[in-house]
Design a protein around this ligand. Structure first.
Ligand code: 3PG
Length: 396
């Protein structure tokens, strides 16, 4: 059901699960994309006269408060963007939360402190999770699920609470699912997928699934060194997952058998250490010196990746091509982002990191078909895995 199905919301307390898990440098938000993506649903509820209670997480605290994971800076930014005072509760379901929610008038909004400061949020024990969900549910009359980035998590504020309150899918989740569905159901061809990021092991399921669906698979980022090693090249001190070498060999073999074109970098930007000002050199991908680590795909590879994407009608990209946070190693990510802006068709940027990368590198979000707020969530959708936070909304 949608927000409309919840009926007249004036004066009703509506608990909204948003994904406000933004990158922080100290208490400075370095990319507020997820906060901005959460605004339309919140605004809509405020306009309807609801008393909006937002639940969200930041980082991965271990079930107890930690200053560096406080949502306070997020509350401030949210208030600036909405143009209203956001009441911030210093706890999630305790005294502060109860009195903050009680103090809300119609069309006002409160943000609760990080849900993951409570062990019940991420507990594997259903009873413990349920108990925490009940405390959350006690703060509201209805629940709106709008944190697309967490719908793959079976957690109290995503999953259990939906079973305890009248609930609806928020507009952000609906839009995200709509776009991802276009990638899985009959995508326009050629369909190219670009994968990066640090670990092969994070992408196993999606590669498995895509080998049967995509026409081209372009691989960069830290994970590419395990592929290069699997091809018999030395990778110096680059990131390497020894235990995934056989898996990578198997992917390369299956790709060849099924006619999926795999594009790997032919040159690499290397440096002696992982540092912004480390001296960067470009070397051939099969000639990485033993004392150097690859921190980006090289310029020749950037061009080759762009050329491989030029005729694509559907592109999904997850994971930066290099350490884009350091300008000397941002070239590959920039080249791929630029290529996506020129696609004649649907281009989707998926993933917290790649979404942050395109904004940090100064690209106009509107130049892309869709920038997903989900990292793991969009990957799991593409893997064909069930998403507990979506399924629970469809249970009745
Ligand atoms: C994300 O950053 O992908 C989401 O906010 C989910 O965070 P998590 O991986 O810590 O559950």
């Amino acid at each position: 059901s949608t927000i409309d199905d919840l009926g007249d919301l004036r004066g009703k307390r509506v608990l909204v699960r948003s994904d406000l898990n933004v990158p922080l440098d100290g208490s400075t938000i370095t990319d507020d994309g997820r906060i901005r993506a959460s605004l339309p649903t919140l605004q809509r509820l405020l306009d309807a006269g609801a008393r909006v209670v937002v639940a969200a997480h930041l980082g991965r605290p271990k079930g107890a408060p930690e200053d560096r994971y406080s949502l306070r800076p997020v509350a401030e930014r949210l208030g600036e963007l909405l143009g209203l005072d956001v009441a911030f509760a210093a706890d999630t379901v305790g005294e502060s939360a109860r009195s903050t929610v009680e103090g809300l008038g119609d069309g006002q909004l409160a943000l609760l402190e990080n849900v993951r400061f409570n062990p019940g949020e991420t507990s594997k024990d259903e009873t413990e999770r349920r108990a925490f969900a009940q405390q959350l549910a006690a703060l509201a009359d209805a629940f709106v699920s709008d944190g697309f980035g967490v719908v793959h998590r079976k957690q109290a504020s995503v999953y259990d609470v939906a079973q305890l309150l009248p609930h609806a899918m928020g507009g952000l989740v609906a839009t995200e699912i709509d776009v991802l569905r276009r990638l899985t159901e009959d995508p326009e061809r050629p369909y190219a997928v670009v994968l990066g990021g640090s670990k092969v092991s994070d992408k196993l399921g999606v590669i498995d699934n895509l080998l049967g669906k995509a026409d081209k698979l372009l691989i960069g980022g830290g994970m590419v060194f395990t592929f290069l090693k699997a091809q018999g090249h030395e990778v110096g001190t680059s990131l390497l997952e020894e235990d995934q070498l056989d898996v990578c060999r198997d992917y390369l073999r299956r790709a060849e058998e099924s006619g999926v074109e795999i594009v790997l970098p032919t040159d690499v930007v290397v440096a002696p250490e992982f540092k912004a000002d480390a001296p960067a050199t470009v070397v051939a991908a099969d000639a990485i010196p033993s004392d150097q680590m690859g921190l980006d795909i090289g310029p020749e590879s950037g061009k080759a990746f762009a050329a491989a994407l030029a005729d694509a009608r559907t592109v999904f990209w997850n994971g930066p091509m290099g350490v884009f946070e350091f300008p000397a190693f941002a070239g590959g990510t920039r080249a791929v982002a630029q290529a996506l802006t020129e696609i004649d068709g649907l281009s989707v940027v998926g993933g917290g990191d790649s979404a942050a990368a395109v904004r940090t590198l100064g690209f106009d979000e509107k130049a892309f078909g869709h920038i997903s707020t989900g990292g793991g969530a969009s990957l799991e959708y593409l893997e064909g895995k069930p998403l507990p936070g979506i399924d629970v909304l469809q249970e009745d």
